[in-house]
Design a protein around this ligand. Sequence first.
Ligand SMILES: [Zn+2]
Length: 297
Amino acid sequence: MPSPRPVSLTALALGAALLLSAVPAVAAAEVMPHLQALQRIADRNGGNRAHGTRGYAESVAYVKQALDRAGFRTQLRHFSHDGKDGYNLIADWPGGDPNHVLLSGAHLDSVPMGPGINDNGSGSAAVLTTALQVAKAKLKPERHLRFAWWGAEELGMAGSADYVKNLSTADRKAIDLYLNLDQAGSRNLQQYLVVKDAKNGETAAFQAFENWFGARGLATFDIPLDSSDTQSFGDAGIPSSGFSSGVSDCLHSACDNLANVDPATQATSTNALIGVVWQFATKTPATPATTSSPVRS
Ligand SMILES: [Zn+2]
C-alpha cells in the first residue's frame, strides 16, 4: 500500500469531478446474483423460463421489480405468439432527449429444454446491471436511455419484432441506436462476436465495441445483423450492434445452467455494455451514422 501523500485542494476537486463523470465498472459479484435468481426461477418452474410459461413470467417480474425500485418507468408490452401470451419488458430512465433514444436489450426467454442461463440470462443480467448502474450514478444523459427484455426470441425474435412493428414512425425514427446482448458469459471464450450492421451503414456502435475489446487485448470477430434480436431493429432501418461471447456446448440444453457461465467473462461483457452506453449517452462526439471511420484496426 502506498504511503499517504499530501494532496492539494485543487487536486481533490479535480478528482471529484473525474469521479462524477467516470464510467463505472462492476465486479462479477454484482452481476452473478441476477443469474442465480434466474436459475432459482427455472428450478422451481420445471427447469426452464420459456415463452408462455410461469418461469418466463417470474423472470419478467424479477427484472421489473429491480428496475422499479431503482426509479425506472417500466411497462409490460403484451403480444401473442403460438397461441400463448408473451411479454416484453421496457424500462425508461427519466430524462434525456426523447427524440434521441439509446435502446439496449436482451432476450429474457429460454428454450423449453433448459434454464437458459448463458442463453440468455447472461445478456439479460448484463443489461439489468447496466440499467442499475445508470440509476446508481444518477446519470443525466443527453440521449434518452431505454432498456428492454424481449420475450420469445427463441421462437424467431417474436417479442422484439412485435415491439418494432408497433412503433409509430416517429418513435422508430427516435431510436438512434439499438444495442443487443445474446450470450454474454460463455465459458472458454475464444473471441467476442461483434454485430456489424452493414445494412444500415452504421459503424459507430460497432466501432465502439471493437475499440472497447481491443483496448483490453480481447479478440473480436464480425457477425451479421441476423443473429438475434438485432435483426428486428436492423430490418426496420434502426442502426444496431451488440455482441456475443460465443455459443457453448450446452446451448439450448439442460446444462445451460449457472455452471455454464464464466463469472469473469460475464463481468467483462457487462462492463463493455456499460462503457458503450456511457459513451452513447452523450450525443457528441459519438453521433451514430455520421462520425466514426469504417476503417478497423
Ligand atoms: Zn439467445
